[in-house]
Design a protein around this ligand. Sequence first.
Ligand code: ATP
Length: 437
Amino acid sequence: MTTGQGDLMEKIVGLCKRRGFVFQSAELYGGFRSTYDYGPLGVNMLRNVKNAWWRSMVQLRDDVVGLDAAILSPPAVWEASGHLANFTDPLVDCRQCHSRWRADKLDGPCPTCGSTDFTEARDFNLMFKTHAGPVEDEGAVAYLRPETAQGMFINFTNVVQTTRKRPPFGIAQVGKSFRNEITPQNFVFRTREFEQMEMEFFVPPAESPAWHEYWIAERYRWYLDLGIPQDKLRLRPHGPDELSHYALATSDVEFLFPWGWDELEGIANRTDYDLRHHAEASGERLDYFDQATGERYTPHVIEPAAGATRTMMAFLLAAYDEDEVGGEARTVLRLHHRIAPYQVAVLPLSKKETLEGVAREVLALLQPHFMCDYDVTQSIGRRYRRHDEVGTPWCVTVDFDSLEDRAVTVRDRDTTAQVRVPIDQLLAELRGRTGGV
Ligand code: ATP
């Protein structure tokens, strides 16, 4: 069954709240605009998105290492990186109703009052400024990072010296970033506090175009492998007027959101911009001496920069489906098993103590390997529907026969097919269904 795109957004927002994926932050006090809290299912799913990224970018490679740098940082970092001067959006005010808009995103009259009378565009810096320590003077100014990337650049030498990695190699980081977005919108698509997944890949300068192509292809494939359909995913190279202050070339991975194509990730060739500027500003060397060739050079950097929270939203939108099972309408999230909040639900057919014993044994068998839910309330049909709606790929039902035959029923979310599996083969059966990935 198809769902209208406007409806789809409403349905996802509703499902996220109803089932504990995403709550409006500070809802108790009327809500704090553009900030969200991730509930019991959302936190699992968001963590899965980040883990899937980490697995592909760090765990399965020998040329990328991880980092977790501080969020609070001194002005010197952002002075050198160019963010204090350049990390701005052009801002216009509506002269009629005094609402503020991003000039580059505003296409037509004021969305609030319909006026076309705007002020000239002014640059607005997106960084959150705060003070570290007890005195709120200029010397105490600190910034919340607007991207994770700078942490990798300023730790370049630390990482090279401690890991003995040599270009081409990368440093990956996942974490929160903050931007004082003028028009946060579209649920968790654009928020002031969000999570990024970024990797800086340092290469000999001559190799940078080839590595750029390589990472564009790799990153595009990552979304496809995790179940985003090809017709909802595209690559779009930036035009010369769109490029960031540091980028020589950028391609975006875009997803077909209900409002149209929009960015999930940018893969930029940042050249030696960042290392060069930090070296100049700090007076320290940030280059690499290649002992094999006797050459000293400043590596160029290819950066795939993705948003974890935005990507989670794309996975939810792509997975949403409505179909009919046994003449009844159902909602189903066809999430990849790596991304689903729970991989397995263990469901004793009834609350009878005799069943719970075996069911808890099955739960203990699966918990070390899968994120499991244990659900005893309501009819088995209702429980299947509940798990379809949150994307749980497999339900394992323990019934009265299980006490005799030491077997359980495994139900598949997508086909609803059920098979009987001996408990001592259950782990192998479920592992087989993941296809080893
Ligand atoms: P946009 O043009 O949408 O503001 P950007 O091009 O400035 O994004 P980058 O600086 O390239 O974004 O950041 C990399 C990724 O971080 C983006 O592709 C996006 O997934 C995520 N991201 C950036 N800003 C936000 C935000 N305000 N809310 C949620 N995710 C964000």
